[in-house]
Write a new protein. Structure first.
Length: 255
């Protein structure tokens, strides 16, 4: 099936959060004007030990002390947000609880916009904005069946590939009524000619160009994800579960 699609995806990708259930036997310590810690040291030790066991982590003595302090800061941040924020969402602890934001970003945020403005994208179309059109305030595509279950990029800076497949999966569903999970690994392994760099980062437009130039993309089930940059599987590259003919980038904040 030959499709045209718009690019509307989130750039910050990573693993889904697993919600932390705080023990009822502990009471929160109030967050004071000096940003005091939210738990006692015994409470931190309880949650730290539980987290170490859950994610099977071990460190040397010095790193253990450093990671524990990072964990305490992250736990405070999560707890304060959930207690005091008016946001519509909640935060939760996950396997990244011992990492600072800069550490996490350096590993997992692989979006790399091109520094050169001279590169051309022959398959990109201009977005035509609709005027005097009545549209709903919001659309939950999950409820319509256009979104696959949450995926995990692992320790690989491949968020750009998940952004690309998410866009393609959604538009394919809208066009055909069929939700097909597409192969991020194929993009990681095979789209270097178009400018992507596997686990070291890439760009969604380059991924789209690759899929169009390749006349399609394989499924995730057939060309499975490994969270490593590998050699392109040329046989699976020839399998075209979905095809596209062009794409467009929606202007930022104009979805």
């Amino acid at each position: 099936m030959d499709l045209k699609f718009l690019f509307m995806v989130t750039l910050l990708c990573g693993s889904t959060m697993s919600v932390l259930t705080l023990s009822n036997q502990y009471d929160f310590i109030s967050l004071g004007p000096g940003n005091e810690r939210l738990f006692t040291e015994d409470q931190y030790e309880f949650h730290w030990s539980k987290w170490l066991s859950q994610y099977n982590r071990s460190y040397g003595y010095q790193e253990m002390r450093q990671r524990r302090e990072v964990f305490k800061t992250n736990l405070d941040y999560i707890t304060a947000h959930n207690r005091y924020s008016d946001s519509s969402y909640k935060l939760g602890m996950n396997q990244f609880g011992d990492m600072t934001h800069s550490e996490w970003s350096s590993i997992y945020l692989g979006y790399k916009p091109h520094k050169s403005h001279g590169k051309t994208y022959p398959n990109k179309n201009t977005v035509h904005l609709l005027r005097n059109t009545i549209t709903p305030a919001s659309v939950d595509w999950r409820k319509k069946g256009a979104v696959t279950p949450v995926k995990n990029q692992g320790q690989c800076g491949s968020c750009w590939s998940f952004s690309a497949t998410g866009s393609m999966e959604g538009v394919h569903f809208i066009k055909s009524g069929k939700l097909v999970s597409l192969s991020e690994q194929q993009l990681v392994d095979c789209s270097s000619t178009e400018g992507d760099h596997g686990c070291f980062g890439g760009l969604m437009d380059d991924a789209f160009e690759y899929v169009i130039n390749n006349h399609g993309i394989d499924t995730e089930g057939d060309y499975g994800y490994t969270a490593r940059t590998g050699s392109c599987n040329t046989q699976k590259q020839k399998k075209h579960a979905v095809t596209f003919s062009s794409y467009s980038d929606v202007p930022t904040n104009d979805e």
